[in-house]
Structures are given as structure tokens and as C-alpha cells.
Design a protein around this ligand. Structure first.
Ligand SMILES: NC(=O)c1ccc[n+]([C@@H]2O[C@H](COP(=O)([O-])OP(=O)(O)OC[C@H]3O[C@@H](n4cnc5c(N)ncnc54)[C@H](OP(=O)(O)O)[C@@H]3O)[C@@H](O)[C@H]2O)c1
Length: 253
């Protein structure tokens, strides 16, 4: 699909990876609506980056734990741009709780992670599906994690939320075909990001050890994979891993 003049909604566009995705889509010619919760400075910086590419940007406040906020954000995109062709479910929340410390993973934390990382993307996809399908070439890209493919990440709740998001990708790919493709990018550790800083040290060290390329994932490569999945006309239900290696690989170097 040619991306010039398409409209994309990128959730979490105020964050590290979301900003890179917004900028990459703008470079391809998309106008971009981007969401944030409280990080107004981050959202404004992304707006500046998008407009530097000569495209329009529209920041929208969204707490995707709240269904009303989701419906309002979907309506705001349509009201501002008159259409929406691409949804990037990138927003998420994590907290570092080592897997063996089961008692620290209380019900409220579990709910916050699952509501943000799994229920939110479902509700957003549901709210925008009719609009995305209008021209028969809609795109959804979910940003998951290698923690959704293997049991190892910031917490058990996060790992389960991302496993759920990967399977949601499969389910929606079937449900929304043929008008909307639904794919997934699964990043590994991205150094220096807010989320990476919340990882238990042993998990970050393990991610570096498994990166057979000698470097972990980068926001630029995650954004490039996202753009690829938006451009592609014959890919759906797939997950691209961006982690400097292979899930489960051992590094002999
Ligand atoms: N960074 C990594 O190492 C890594 C590794 C694997 C996967 N990922 C995935 O990549 C994606 C982006 O991560 P990142 O590193 O860019 O994270 P980040 O910098 O922490 O950004 C997270 C984004 O999500 C938003 N957000 C948080 N809670 C929300 C809620 N309840 N409702 C709506 N938005 C909410 C944040 O808004 P505010 O900025 O306003 O708070 C921010 O825009 C996530 O899906 C993450 O799971 C990241």
C-alpha cells in the first residue's frame, strides 16, 4: 500500500519507540495522530518531528485502561483528519517484578498491565475497525515483545499481556480479513528506553547475552518493521522479532 496521505493513529507516541514509529510513518507521507497519558513534552516533541517531515500531527490524551477514553480518542482522529487508515497499538506499561517474586505481583498490578497492554489494543481495534475497513486497505500493527514469545521480561503479567497481544493479532487477522491486515512487531530490549530501565538487571543482561548480532533491538528498526507491515498488501497475522538475535538463541560469540 502506498502510504502517502494516509492517516495513522499511533498510541503511545509520546514514548521512546512510539516517537520513532510516528516519525517513520511521517517520512513515508502519513499524517499522524499520536496519544499520550501525561507526558505532554514527549507528545509535543513527536509533533515537532512529524511536522518537520511536512505532515500533519495531532496529539490526543488517551488512557487506554478507560473505555470512554478509547472511544473519545477514536472519534477525535476521525474528527480531526476525516479518516483513519492505520492503527499502531504501541502504548503499554510495565513494572519490574522478577518472575520468582509471585507475592509482589498483586491483583491491581496484574489488572493495570493487562488492561493497558491487551484489553486496550482490543478495544481500540474494535472502535476503529469500521473506519479502517472503509477503503479496503486498513492496517493494524501491534507492538508486542519477545516476552510474549518466551517466559522472560519485566514481569509475569507483562509477559502474559504480550503473549495475549500476539494471539490477539492472529485472531483479529482472521476476524478483519480481507479489509484489514493485522500484524505484530515483537521488540527485545531497546537500550536507554523508559521500559528498559524498569527491567530487572538479570533480564536485561540475558537479553544482551542472547543478541547474536552483538547488539539488541533498536527503535529505528522497530519503526522500519512497522512501516514494512503497513506497506505490505499480502502479509497478515505475522510477528516480526526485532531483538538482535533469535528467540531462544544462545550466543556463542
Ligand atoms: N523499550 C523496550 O525495551 C521494549 C521492549 C519490548 C517491547 N517494547 C514495547 O514497545 C512499545 C513502546 O515501548 P517504549 O519503550 O516506547 O515505552 P515508553 O517510552 O514507556 O512509552 C510508553 C507509551 O505508552 C503510553 N502509556 C502508558 N500507559 C498508558 C495507558 N494506560 N494508556 C495509554 N497510553 C499509555 C505512555 O504515555 P506517557 O508517555 O504519556 O506516559 C507512552 O506514550 C510498548 O508496547 C512496549 O511494551 C518495548
Amino acid at each position: 500500500m502506498e502510504l502517502t496521505d494516509k492517516v495513522a493513529l499511533v498510541t503511545g507516541g509520546s514514548g521512546d519507540i512510539g516517537a520513532a514509529i510516528c516519525e517513520a510513518l511521517a517520512a513515508e507521507g502519513c499524517d499522524v495522530a499520536l496519544t499520550y497519558v501525561g507526558n505532554v513534552d514527549g507528545a509535543n516533541a513527536t509533533v515537532t518531528a512529524v511536522t518537520a517531515h511536512g505532515r500533519r500531527a495531532h496529539p490526543i490524551a488517551l488512557d487506554q485502561r478507560d473505555e470512554c477514553s478509547i472511544d473519545a480518542a477514536a472519534a477525535a482522529v476521525i474528527e480531526h483528519f476525516g479518516r483513519c487508515d492505520i492503527l499502531i497499538n504501541n502504548a503499554a506499561w510495565n513494572i519490574g517484578i522478577p518472575f520468582p517474586q509471585l507475592d509482589r505481583l498483586d491483583a491491581d498490578t496484574w489488572d493495570r498491565v493487562l488492561e493497558t497492554n491487551l484489553r486496550g489494543p482490543f478495544l481500540l481495534s474494535r472502535a476503529l475497525a469500521p473506519t479502517l475497513a472503509e477503503d479496503g486497505g486498513g492496517r493494524i500493527v501491534n507492538i508486542a515483545s519477545v516476552g510474549g514469545l518466551n517466559p522472560g521480561s519485566s514481569s509475569i503479567a507483562y509477559s502474559c499481556s504480550k503473549a495475549g497481544l500476539i494471539h490477539l493479532t492472529h485472531c483479529l487477522a482472521v476476524a478483519l480479513a480481507p479489509d484489514i491486515s493485522v500484524n505484530c512487531v515483537a521488540p527485545g530490549l531497546v537500550e536507554g528506553t523508559r521500559m528498559a530501565l524498569r527491567l530487572p538487571d538479570a533480564v536485561a543482561a540475558g537479553a544482551r547475552r542472547q543478541a547474536v548480532l552483538g547488539k539488541v533491538g533498536s527503535a529505528v528498526d522497530i519503526a522500519a518493521a512497522t512501516v514494512l507491515l503497513c506497506r505490505a498488501d499480502t502479509i497478515t497475522g505475522q510477528t516480526i522479532v526485532v531483538d538482535g538475535g533469535m528467540p531462544g538463541a544462545m550466543n556463542f560469540g
